[in-house]
Write a protein that binds this ligand. Structure first.
Ligand code: DOR
Ligand code: ZN
Length: 345
C-alpha cells in the first residue's frame, strides 16, 4: 500500500477567488498547493474586459502570502456585447488565458452573461482562430427544463451545434456532473475537455437533503444521481487526457448560504487535493492522480507543467475549516467521512 505520493505541483483549472477581504482569506489555501489557477470572472461587476482583468490580477498578486509561487490565469466574462478585438488583444498580451461563457441567469453573478450564442458569433469565430479556450458553464436556463436535466439538454441544444459550427474551437466543459457530459467529452475531438470538482466526485443529490436541507451541499450544476457520480469517478480516475482538475471552489458567507434562496457554491479549497487523493485511492487509481491534477490541464492549455512537486501522506486530516472574513463566517466543504490523506509540509 502506498503511504506517500509525490506528484508534480498541480493546477486548479476552475477557481472562484472573489475580491477584497474574501480574496485575502481564501487565496492562501489555493496558493499553498497549486501552481496556477484559472480565475473565474463572475465578480460584481464582472471582469469583462482586458483592463479589468489586469487590475484584478494585480489585486490577486497583492493578496498572495509572502514567497508564494502562484500564478493566476485570468479569464474574460463573455457578455452579449463582448468586443472580439479586446478579447484577442487581451489574449495576445497574456492577460486573458481563456474566456468564460455563463448563459445569462444560469448561476451566481451570471445576469450579465450571454443570452443567446448568436450574439457572440464573431467572438467564437475569433477565439477559434486564435486558439483561445472557451470555458463553458454547461446548463440551459430554460425554466421548463428540470434542473437535473439542464446539463444534458445544454449538450444537445447548445454545445453540439456550437461545435458543429466552430469545429476547432477549444472548449472546456466546466464542472461536468453527468454521465452524458462524460460521454460527450469522450466522443468529441481533442479540442474538447472537461473539469471535474472534488464535491461532484464525493456527493450525489441525496446529500442536499440528508436529514434536512443542506445549503452547504448546494452548488451549480447541482449534484446528480449516484450513477452520474460513478461516471465522473470513472472519468477522473481514467487518466484520459480530456479530464482534469478544477475545484470550482466557490466561497460564500454562511449568512448567504443559510437563508431563503441561498447561494450556490461549495468552498472546497482547504481540502481539495486531499479529497481528490482519497477518491483516487478508493478507486485504486493513485497512479492516475498526477495526470488528472498536474499534466492533462497544462497539455490542453498548451502550457508547460509546473516546476516542483507536492507530497501527500496517508493520515487523517485536521478538522474542517471555519474561516472568519470580516464579520462573516465561511464554511469549508465537509465530505461527511474521513479524508485519509494530508499534504506533507
Ligand atoms: O456553485 C456554483 N458557484 N456554481 C457556479 O457556477 C458559480 C459559483 C459561484 O460563483 O458561487
Ligand atoms: Zn465556477
Amino acid at each position: 500500500m502506498t503511504d506517500t505520493l509525490t506528484i508534480r505541483r498541480p493546477d486548479d483549472w476552475h477557481l472562484h477567488l472573489r475580491d477584497g477581504d474574501m480574496l485575502r482569506a481564501v487565496l492562501p489555501f489555493t496558493a499553498d498547493v497549486f501552481g496556477r489557477a484559472i480565475i473565474m470572472p463572475n465578480l460584481t461587476p464582472p471582469v469583462a474586459c482586458a483592463a479589468d482583468a489586469a487590475a484584478y490580477r494585480n489585486r490577486i498578486m497583492a493578496a498572495l502570502p509572502p514567497r508564494a509561487a502562484f500564478e493566476p490565469l485570468m479569464t474574460a466574462y463573455l457578455t452579449d456585447g463582448t468586443d472580439p478585438d479586446d478579447l484577442a488583444q487581451g489574449h495576445a498580451d497574456g492577460i486573458f488565458t481563456a474566456a468564460k461563457l455563463y448563459p445569462a441567469g444560469a448561476t451566481t453573478n451570471s445576469d450579465n452573461g450571454v443570452t443567446d450564442l448568436a450574439n457572440i458569433h464573431a467572438v467564437l469565430a475569433t477565439m477559434e482562430r486564435i486558439g483561445m479556450p472557451l470555458l463553458v458553464h454547461g446548463e440551459v436556463t430554460d425554466p421548463a427544463v428540470d434542473i437535473f436535466d439542464r446539463e444534458k439538454v445544454f449538450i444537445d441544444r447548445v454545445l453540439k451545434p456550437a461545435l458543429e459550427e466552430f469545429s476547432a474551437l477549444k472548449v472546456v466543459f466546466e464542472h461536468i456532473t453527468t454521465a452524458e457530459g462524460v460521454d460527450f467529452v469522450r466522443s468529441a475531438g481533442a479540442n474538447v475537455a472537461a473539469t471535474i470538482t472534488p464535491h461532484h466526485l464525493v456527493i450525489n443529490r441525496n446529500a442536499l437533503f440528508a436529514g434536512g436541507m443542506r445549503p452547504h451541499m448546494f452548488c451549480l450544476p447541482v449534484a446528480k444521481r449516484e450513477r452520474h457520480r460513478l461516471a465522473l469517478r470513472d472519468a477522473a480516475t481514467s487518466g484520459e487526457a480530456a479530464f482534469f482538475l478544477g475545484t470550482d471552489s466557490a466561497p460564500h458567507p454562511v449568512s448567504a448560504k443559510e437563508t431563503d434562496c441561498g447561494c450556490a457554491g461549495i468552498f472546497n479549497a482547504p481540502s481539495a487535493l486531499e479529497v481528490y487523493a482519497q477518491v483516487f485511492d478508493d478507486e485504486g487509481a493513485l497512479d492516475k492522480l498526477e495526470a488528472f491534477a498536474s499534466l492533462n490541464g497544462p497539455a490542453f492549455y498548451g502550457l508547460t507543467v509546473n516546476e516542483g512537486t507536492v507530497t501527500l501522506k496517508r493520515g487523517e486530516r485536521a478538522a474542517d475549516t471555519l474561516l472568519t472574513v470580516g464579520d462573516e463566517e465561511v464554511l469549508a466543504f465537509d465530505t461527511g467521512s474521513a479524508v485519509g490523506w494530508r499534504i506533507s509540509a
